[in-house]
Design a protein around this ligand. Sequence first.
Ligand SMILES: [Zn+2]
Length: 341
Amino acid sequence: MNVYHSRLHHLHHPAFEVFDGGVRVPYYETPSRAETVREALAGDARFDILPPEDLGILPILAIHDPGYIEFLQTSYARWQDVPTDYPKEALLPATFALRRDAPRPRSLLGAAGYHLMDLSVPITSGSWQAVYGSAQCALNAAQHTLATRQNTFALCRPPGHHAGGDYGGGYCFLNNAALAAQALTPLGQIALLDVDYHAGNGTQDIFYARADVFTQSIHADPNEEYPYYCGYEHETGIEAGAGYHQNYPLPPYTTDEDYLNTLAHALRRIREVQPAALVISLGVDTLGGDALGTFRISRAALAQVGAQLATLNLPTVIVLEGGYKTADLGDNVLAFLDSFA
Ligand SMILES: [Zn+2]
């Protein structure tokens, strides 16, 4: 299986994020996450780890707003020019656009609160390069799957599924899975399944009015968990996309049996739409002991998720999302890919 991975991810390593209560904590979405996965796959001859070729900005602009891209590209440099006495190693706003009917403010901090949804997306000097490299991994994976119908794995970092067309949040800046799905649309109907612990709000948002990419997300109930304002069962798409989105919110501490039953529903829906290709947003923060999740999914059940998805027998792009028990991350991803292959 071709695996696309960019070393540029190292350039995004913020020193901190801010948790509830205003607590400054070391950044959870660390470079060592991707390294752990890369090392697990590098020792296995079945995986070819390849650097992505640069497919340019145009496929990114098929999903993301030009003003947002320009913000990501330029905001760190602009931040350095803002006259303040405090340190500026990362741009992180303290005011957020609760309702976005107003136009984007001219000021940098106003624009930052317009384009970012929370305190987990500090923009540092190398963030754009890392984010761009991550997006290119997804685009390269999709390009290979499109050309060969073979399955691919995009070892992305930063992750992407919380990023919408013109906003970032939840460690995500560009929506890698959405970029892959868009790139696969020449094949016909696409299905995208998000199995990260957190609702894939950005992916939902991007395709919400579209039927050509059928999106589903199995995740912790947003009544209890981030991203809180998206991922409810009644959200099923609008306009041309009405009926082409499905959320499966599950309660805290969900265990294997309930999870796998829910997956079976999602698989039935995928079969109904008869897609030509599949994108999987693979978050492994569903597993027991994850630093940012409450589910108690076992590695054996994760392998069953992979095996079940493989029965769809579709050309598939697997995109790495979350997973914050870094010591287990490589083995968990390997268990999924093993069972899928
Ligand atoms: Zn997650």
